[in-house]
Ligand binder design. Structure first.
Ligand code: PLP
Length: 391
């Protein structure tokens, strides 16, 4: 049987991983500044995470949500404590798209309304409503098209106010990434986020913070929305939550009441996924990784700003992006193929850095030195005639 060919692949097979390094089948070592799309939060194969999963596996891996699963409450308690959202309710799922799907559905159930506001360059996933709220026509199938989603320009307060003046009463929810990831590391301004909060409050709409990529400590706060000093009604989470073990979730404000049958899942909140997620939170807490992300991120951003040849360095914590000018447009490929460093991209010309929250200062320096070297090589033209004479 052939695999369904939906991914353009790098010609690399990773067979081993530890901390911020991975190794390919030939034993070559790569520095991982991408974590497989921002998933690796506490480092590859962290020993505490491995141990927690192994221990759980030897007890029970799965039973459905038709019985008590105490480890879910243990996870909810730890998550409440570390996120500071103790009064919220937790619903567990398996992925980011599923988290957003449930959040949007819940907002509509709660408000009885249909309209969703999303923003330019937003990415919320590839399933039904999540993909409809994603600003990329190429990945929306005809069946996903809906008039229930309106897109507004990101960070445009005047457009938001104007929209709400005429349509506010129809809005069930505004969904926003406080730092857009796939869109290219675009940081929402505090005043834009506060305005969303305000307009949602005055129009009985819910604010959904999509923290699938920017959450879980990556921004230097537990949620990136925390940087604006406001709360969402629903937070969606996934990537960093299981450090590679598939798990997602939504945090639901206390005034949103649950009803049986409203939401549901077979696999969400299974024993093994909860063990992985608990291990992540335990390491985040013990090793102070949210503060670490803030400090390392500041160091990385400041150093990047002093590098000649790249533009518009931006981000918060360890969610960092910069623009790659046309003359070195293959920088990301060069970093991977010649210097063995994984980074991410956002079309058309952004490099995204999303390392593990416990990346060391030495590893950050290793990246910065290599980046300088790669840029220099790309900018230095090969001496004339070298190619013709090389044989
Ligand atoms: C902000 C955001 N929301 C949702 C998703 C979808 O998550 P998943 O791929 O786990 O469905 C992503 C994935 O990149 C994302 O970055």
């Amino acid at each position: 049987m052939k695999l369904f060919d939906v991914y353009p692949l790098n010609d690399i097979t990773i067979t081993k991983a530890q901390g911020s390094y991975v190794w390919d089948e030939n034993g070559a070592q790569y520095l991982d500044l991408y974590g497989g799309h921002a998933v690796i939060s506490i480092g590859h194969t962290h020993p505490h995470w491995v141990q927690r999963i192994e221990e759980q596996l030897n007890k029970i891996a799965f039973y459905s949500n038709s019985v008590h699963i105490p480890i879910q409450q243990e996870l909810a308690d730890k998550l409440g404590k570390i996120s500071g959202k103790e009064e919220y309710q937790l619903f567990l799922v398996n992925s980011g798209a599923e988290a957003n799907e449930n959040a949007l559905k819940l907002a509509s159930f709660h408000t009885g309304k249909k309209k969703i506001v999303a923003f330019s360059k937003a990415f919320h996933g590839r399933t039904s409503l999540a993909v409809a709220a994603t600003d990329n026509k190429n990945i929306v199938a005809p069946v996903n098209e809906t008039s229930n989603i309106d897109f507004l320009p990101f960070n445009d307060e005047a457009a938001l106010k104007q929209y709400f003046q005429t349509n506010g009463h129809n809005v069930a929810a505004v969904i926003v990434e406080a730092i857009q990831g796939v869109g290219g590391i675009n940081v929402a301004s505090e005043s834009f986020l506060k305005l969303i909060r305000n307009l949602c409050d005055t129009n009985d709409a819910l604010l959904i913070a999509d923290e699938v990529q920017c959450g879980y400590g990556r921004s230097g706060k537990f949620f990136a929305l925390d940087c604006a000093g406001i709360n969402a009604d629903i937070y969606t989470m996934a990537k960093g939550m299981g450090n590679g073990f598939p798990i997602g979730g939504i945090l639901i404000a206390p005034y949103i009441k649950a009803k049986h049958g409203m939401l549901g899942t077979t696999f969400g909140g299974n024993h093994l996924a909860c063990a992985a997620a608990l291990a992540v939170l335990e390491v985040i807490e013990k090793d102070n990784l949210i503060e670490m992300s803030k400090q390392r991120g500041m160091y990385l951003i400041n150093k990047l700003k002093s590098i000649d040849g790249i533009d518009n360095v931006r981000g918060k914590g360890l969610m960092v992006g910069f623009d790659v000018p046309e003359d070195i447009k293959d920088l990301r490929k060069k970093l991977l193929n010649d210097f063995f460093i994984f980074t991410g991209e956002a079309k058309p010309n952004v490099i995204r850095l999303l390392p593990a929250l416990n990346i060391t200062r030495k590893q950050v320096d290793e990246f910065l030195d290599t980046l300088n070297e790669a840029i220099e090589e790309m900018k230095t033209p090969a001496p004339k005639g070298v190619e013709e004479n090389a044989y």
